[in-house]
Structure formats: structure tokens, C-alpha cells
Design a protein around this ligand. Structure first.
Ligand code: NDP
Length: 253
């Protein structure tokens, strides 16, 4: 199989676990040099070793993307190291569910600062590079992919602020798509249903059981399932833009 992303560079936020980790592996296997961004450096180093051992290229960037400077530097370091930027996957996120009336305000602030502000900081820093790389690239196109959620399409009790952030990501994605399409930058939203990752580990004990009840009997998606959708989006030829992908486990309604 030819590596379809050979010579390209991808930056993936939240690459230390779950969907981000699986995405980094799959894009690296397609020949992209990957900049892997998160706070847990040990996990990133382990992933970089794995990618390198399989013949890929990986740059570890320890960063908290809720800090605008660190988000910007993550993009700058990637471009300094590899000279260009073809793909950005805005994946880092948290889901802190629970009744709004009892929620610690700190949880709402965390969701807004990671799911929204962090995504905006990375996008803002990356866009000029994506535009430039689209104009010089052999593929003649670059990609910005935002990980939203089923919660970006459908509201649920206990998810008011998570819904707010993911509906916001969907709106930002589609408006930006229209703006930069003319510069050959594709902007896509990926909206996963329930995926087996560490995401629910951050829930308070008293809300975890209640929130996850409806998923206890169903076969969840694997992170790899979402990574394959991302791989599909970025390996399309220039004239094909996959604007939005909603993927649920078959048994999730
Ligand atoms: P994980 O908890 O496994 O991954 C979340 C990633 O985000 C981690 O790598 C974490 O790294 C990173 N992250 C969190 N905060 C920050 C920060 N401040 N700066 C940098 N990185 C950060 O969960 P998933 O893989 O499931 O989540 C990935 C995305 O998918 C999220 O946006 C989530 O909302 C979305 N999603 C997930 C679904 C699911 O069912 N799992 C369903 C729908 C959407 P670290 O802690 O090392 O910084």
C-alpha cells in the first residue's frame, strides 16, 4: 500500500490517550510526520517510540492547550521542526457530565477552556500554516479536523455545558469551512458516539454510574474506529471534502 500522506505533517492534540493516540498512529502509518500534543509527556514519549519503531516520525510536544502561548508554541515548534503543516486534528477534550444545578463551576470552566478555548488557540495559530501548505503542497489541499460529538448534535440532561461546547465546535467548524475552502483548506467535524477511552474517568463518582448506565450493555466504538474516519477524510483527493461524520456504535440510538 502506498503511504498516502508521505511528506505531509500532522499535529494532533490530546494524543496521549484514546482517539488522539489512535489517530497519531494511523496518520503516521500513512506516512505523515506527527506532532503529538498533550500534558502527559510520559505517555507521548511511549507513543513516539512506538511510531518511530514502526518507521514513522513523531515529535513530542508537552503542552496545556488551555494556555494560549503553549497552544501557539505547539504549532510553531511543529512548523520549525518539519517545515510545514498539512493536517490539524483538534481532539483534546473533556466531558464532565452531571446535573447543572449541583455542578462545580470549575468543571464548566474546564470544559469551556479545553473544548472551546484550546481548540480556538490551536486553530488560530495553525490556519496561516494550513493555508500556506495548501498552496505549496503536491496534494494541493490541507485539513483542519475538529472532534465534536453526538453531543454536538443532540442535547441530553446532564450534558448542558458539554453540549454547549460541542454544539459550539460544530458551528465554528461549519462557518470556518465556508471561509477557507477557497484557500484549499478543508474543515471537517467528526462526531463520535460512545467510544471506549479514558474520557469517562474524569467524571465524579456520583455521576459516572448514572451517566454511563445507558451504555453498559452495548458494544462501544474503539478509538481506532474514529481514527479510521479521520484517515478517510484526510486521504481524499483535493476535490472531495468530507464536511461532517457522525459515528455511533450500532446499538446506540
Ligand atoms: P481521552 O480522555 O482518552 O483523551 C483526551 C485527551 O485530551 C488526552 O490525550 C488528554 O491528554 C488531552 N487533554 C485534556 N486536557 C488537555 C489540555 N489542557 N491540554 C492538552 N491536552 C489535553 O478521551 P477521548 O479520546 O475519548 O477524547 C478525545 C475527544 O473525543 C474529546 O474531544 C471528546 O470530547 C471527544 N469525544 C469522545 C467520545 C467518547 O465516547 N470517548 C464521544 C464523543 C466525543 P493529557 O491529559 O495528557 O493532557
Amino acid at each position: 500500500m502506498t503511504a498516502k500522506l508521505h511528506g505531509t505533517v500532522a499535529l494532533i492534540t490530546g494524543a496521549s490517550s484514546g482517539i488522539g493516540e489512535a489517530t497519531a498512529k494511523i496518520l503516521a502509518a500513512q506516512g505523515a510526520a506527527v506532532a503529538i500534543v498533550a500534558r502527559r509527556k510520559d505517555r507521548l514519549e511511549q507513543l513516539a517510540e512506538e511510531i518511530t519503531a514502526s518507521g514513522g516520525k513523531a515529535l513530542v510536544i508537552e503542552a496545556d492547550i488551555t494556555d494560549q502561548k503553549q497552544a501557539e508554541q505547539a504549532v510553531t515548534r511543529t512548523v520549525e521542526q518539519y517545515g510545514r503543516l498539512d493536517t490539524v486534528v483538534n481532539n483534546a477534550g473533556v466531558m464532565l457530565l452531571g446535573p447543572a444545578s449541583e455542578a462545580p463551576l470549575e468543571e464548566w470552566e474546564r470544559m469551556v477552556s479545553i473544548n472551546v478555548n484550546g481548540l480556538l488557540y490551536v486553530s488560530h495559530a495553525a490556519l496561516p500554516h494550513l493555508v500556506r501548505s495548501a498552496s505549496i503542497s503536491e496534494r494541493k489541499v490541507t485539513d483542519l479536523i475538529n472532534i465534536s460529538s453526538v453531543a454536538g448534535r443532540k442535547t441530553m440532561a446532564g450534558g448542558a455545558v458539554y453540549n454547549l461546547t460541542k454544539f459550539g465546535v460544530a458551528a465554528f467548524t461549519d462557518a470556518l469551512r465556508q471561509e477557507v475552502a477557497g484557500q484549499s483548506v478543508r474543515v471537517s467535524a467528526v462526531e463520535p458516539g460512545a467510544v471506549k477511552t479514558e474520557l469517562s474517568s474524569h467524571l465524579r463518582d456520583e455521576v459516572r454510574e448514572q451517566s454511563m448506565k445507558s451504555f453498559s450493555d452495548i458494544e462501544l466504538l474503539e478509538a481506532q474506529d474514529i481514527a479510521e474516519a479521520i484517515e478517510y477524510i484526510v486521504t481524499r483527493p483535493r476535490h472531495v471534502a468530507v464536511n461532517e461524520v457522525l459515528i455511533r456504535p450500532t446499538d446506540q440510538v
